[in-house]
Design a protein around this ligand. Sequence first.
Ligand SMILES: [Zn+2]
Length: 325
Amino acid sequence: MAIAIGVDLGGSNLRIAAIRVADGALVAHHREPVGEPRDPDTIVRRLVAVIERMRAEAKLEAEAVVPVGIGLAAMLRDTAGTVANSPHLRWRDVPFGRLLAAALGGRARLGVYNDVNAIAYGEQVHGAARGVADVLLVFVGTGIGAGVIAGGRLVEGASSCAGELGHAKVVWGADAAPCACGGRGCVEAYIGGSYVQARARRELAAGARSIATRDTAIDAITPGDVDRAAAAGDAWALGLWAELAPLLGVTLANAIAVLNPARLVLGGGMLGRTQVLRAQVIAALHALAPAASLEPLTVADAILGDDAGLVGAALLADAGVSIIC
Ligand SMILES: [Zn+2]
């Protein structure tokens, strides 16, 4: 029974699992908060400890060389796991892959991947795009991430930055909204969940009238509340969605024009709780993408949930994609 180890290192949780390669099942699983401190040396030391623990729980032989795939919430710089920037971990220019490879001492076949790229691969092998060779996966959570599968292979790009669709520009110039990446006018800065939430609360606090505030205090309003108001015909909520939905719609349409995927997989907490917005985004992408590119396209929801990143990272390492050592 082939086993690979997958790690999902996000801003809140460190999750690790031993994955059965044949079907993506979790044989053993562990979760702990990332917590503090979260400097690279501390995180590497903790990762070595949890990987050892997982090897023991999965009953792997002491000398076995195991595929270990890490899905990281970070913008990478190369296929050696160098982190250019991770706002979640507060890392900049960290040779993470090299540090971890040295600490593991040759008992792993290590690969480090962008977390959403790992999710895309997991969904393509065992999830919502199983058996589909050309896939675009887009996750809209607090921010926006994407992963591209072309011809059955994960597209990492020349410096592992492929799929950074959240930072595609939809507005430019001095008035464009600032983004966590340091740029301005990124689609994420308009329709990422944390930005939508902040904007909704700001507009309501400034006097916008909406039924969204009938049962919920302004400083507790979420994108889900805005969507429920929109579903009930609230003019302010519908106006906000009418402005934001085309921004993501055009971003997806342009990506579809380039990639010609057969399946668009959507996921993430933001779109999961905003059915009106989600429908408007899909309507916008159908209106804006080239008709010929749309012909083969089906839209599906991600189905592996929180496990997708773990499973995808493990399977990428097992498949020998961008192995560091
Ligand atoms: Zn950005």
